[in-house]
Write a protein that binds this ligand. Structure first.
Ligand SMILES: [Zn+2]
Length: 318
């Protein structure tokens, strides 16, 4: 009898304990703002500002091309549970639009980080058609793409300052109690970006020849910021092969302009850069526009440092 009563008392305590544990973990999970981002670079930016207050999932891991990603069923679930969705915009993530539509979340806030960034237009005679949605009327899509500008804005740290302001503003709107924390994180990260840029620019400035040819037009903002000169692109549309005519012209141009380095990417087929290298004697260097695809590039700062130091070395600097 006594034993049974004690047992009951224990069980009751156990239930209480279990309940409080569940309550605690429940609270903890709710405490973090669930956020979905399209690219891993946006995950880093959001975590830099949000710190331990955010739970961020990136749809792309870094190994896929930002242009040709095929969403998974888990991506839809993540968007259904998210409070915010952070993207680049400019027609880059055409693959996310259907996900947002299917998630049926009218209250989902969407942060377009390219708003207010000064854009580089792609060359008129070499229009970047890679972002076009084939289901849209091509005439209309071409015009839209042409007026939107190149979407690879994040590869310039100065643009990142604008991008993280959008993220900071949205986090403050969502969670005003932590305003001070978010603003402090933003200032700290801006200082980190500025010192990175200054350090790397100094090294690039010492290079006599900064001419490069790139695999796809991901690098105009990066090259402009750090002082590299892009003489041509192998692809204007990701997912296609360049024509023999285009390659022939590129080979002539590389010889004429003394281009010694071809920038390839881990997300793209290395075959054409190798052919170009054999034809011209230029070296191939693999840089990534997205963090996480190459060892030592897990964060944005590490990615920019890795890309720049690798390119400097390939161009004969140190
Ligand atoms: Zn791209």
């Amino acid at each position: 009898m006594l034993l049974s009563r004690q047992h009951k008392k224990l069980s009751f305590q156990a239930v209480l304990l279990l309940g409080s544990l569940l309550f605690a973990t429940g609270l903890h999970a709710e405490d973090k703002i669930p956020i979905v981002v399209t690219l891993p670079v946006l995950k880093d930016f959001t975590e830099q500002i949000g710190g331990s207050s955010v739970e961020v999932k990136s749809l792309i891991t870094g190994m896929e091309s930002e242009h040709t990603y095929t969403p998974k069923p888990s991506d839809l679930l993540a968007i259904k549970e998210a409070k915010l969705l952070v993207k680049i915009g400019l027609g880059l993530e055409i693959w996310v639009n259907a996900l947002i539509k299917n998630a049926d979340r009218p209250d989902l806030r969407i942060v377009t980080t390219s708003d207010g960034v000064g854009l580089i237009r792609d060359h008129a005679e070499r229009p970047e058609r890679e972002h076009l949605d084939k289901t849209i009327d091509p005439q209309h899509a071409f015009k839209e793409q042409h007026t939107m500008g190149n979407p690879h804005i994040w590869l310039d740290p100065e643009n990142v300052k604008i991008m993280i302001r959008h993220i900071t503003d949205e986090l403050i709107r969502f969670d005003p109690a932590r305003r001070g924390e978010y603003l402090k994180n933003q200032s700290r990260y801006i200082l980190e970006l500025e010192s990175l840029e200054a350090e790397l620019k100094k090294k690039v400035n010492r290079l006599p020849n900064r001419n490069i040819v790139t695999h796809h037009p991901a690098w105009p903002y990066y090259a402009r910021r750090f002082g590299f000169v892009i003489k041509g692109d192998i692809l204007t549309q990701v997912g296609t092969e360049p024509s023999a005519k285009h390659l022939g012209e590129l080979i002539k141009l590389m010889k004429r302009e003394k281009v010694k380095v071809i920038v390839s990417e881990p997300q793209l087929n290395p075959k054409v850069p190798q052919i170009l290298s054999e034809e011209t004697g230029a070296g191939v260097v693999v840089l990534s526009p997205l963090p996480g695809a190459l060892p030592g590039t897990e964060s944005y700062v590490d990615l920019i440092r890795y890309n720049t130091e690798t390119l400097i070395k390939a161009l004969g600097g140190s």
